[in-house]
Design a protein around this ligand. Structure first.
Ligand code: FE2
Length: 302
């Protein structure tokens, strides 16, 4: 784990490895009480840091397992209350629901279930509270502001500290990979909406889940995210015009380029996620494309 002190209240924690989607970066907030957000440091490190830091609350930005699997350890190794997004509750409480709403429609239900259950260690969450846009966390971190940023997941939430102008952006795509929407419950339109909302905010620092700490050029960073979406769309349109099939376009890569060199089961998952991302682009293209819905993004990328 790598700890980075951001302010006297906020510490940014990065896991040793983010391989195989098992972990993400998170934050520890020492305010009225101690709060963890997305502290998914892996199966070894998470119990250690829970015992060391003794948080009072543990919050998750969204249900994706690289952000949420650690909530299974929280009540075992600390006294903290676990807070999950209300709109994503069944993803935390039912493995069947997870599989049915993620991999099953892509014919990968069994392989994904095995990975989620036996490799990632999914267990239905039993002790938890739900939060939504009206939740204030005032007994833990009164200064914390929740910002709904759906698209990457149905109710992905970002967290803002107005006093310090610090944003914890979660999985908004501010990393070298760009925005991800590899499940059917993702939405490119919502991602753009969320990016535009965050882009308008007064920030001095952005803490990301997979891309470290951003200290400057925030507008350019958000514009890059949107440009990445547009580039992917344009590439698909071009390939379709050239007569390439859906399978070939997915094979060549939407998000993941060199899928053939990856070992199973990850290889199948990468195909599945690229298929979902292709599907999202395809329906948007059929509706006239991204610019049709967001003409305001054109000047951002010029
Ligand atoms: Fe995610």
């Amino acid at each position: 784990m790598k700890k980075q002190i951001i302010t006297d209240k906020i510490t940014y924690i990065e896991p040793d490895s983010m391989a195989n989607f098992t972990s993400c970066s998170g934050i520890i907030i020492q305010s009225k009480a101690k709060v963890f957000i997305d502290m998914n440091m892996g199966a070894k490190e998470t119990p250690i840091i829970l015992k060391e830091e003794k948080p009072d609350a543990a919050i998750v930005t969204h249900y994706h397992l690289d952000h949420s699997i650690w909530t299974r350890y929280v009540t075992q190794y600390s006294e903290a209350a676990v807070y999950i997004p209300k709109a994503e509750e069944p993803y935390f409480t039912s493995l069947d629901f997870v599989i049915e709403n993620t991999a099953e429609p892509f014919g990968e239900g069994e392989r994904w279930k095995d990975f989620v259950e036996n490799y990632l260690g999914y267990k239905p969450l039993r002790q938890y509270e739900c939060y939504d846009k009206l939740t204030t966390f005032k007994e833990f971190v009164p200064e914390l502001v929740l910002i709904e940023t759906p698209g990457h997941s149905p109710s992905h939430t970002s967290f803002y500290f107005p006093d310090d102008k610090i944003l914890f952006s979660g999985d908004m795509g501010l990393d070298r990979f760009g925005p991800w929407y590899g499940w059917a419950d993702c939405s490119i339109k919502q991602i753009v909406d969320s990016i535009l909302r965050l882009d308008g905010m007064d920030v001095k620092l952005i803490l990301t889940s997979h891309g470290g700490v951003l200290k400057k050029d925030f507008q350019m960073e958000w514009a890059n995210c949107i440009e990445t979406l547009l580039k992917r769309e344009k590439k698909i349109v071009k390939k379709l015009e050239q007569g390439l099939s859906k399978e070939t376009i997915i094979e060549q890569g939407i998000f993941f380029k060199d899928k053939t060199i990856v070992k199973e089961p990850m290889k199948s998952f990468l195909y599945m996620w690229d298929t979902a991302m292709y599907n999202h682009h395809e329906s948007l293209i059929n509706e006239g494309g991204l610019i049709n819905f967001f003409p305001e993004i054109l000047p951002m990328i010029d």
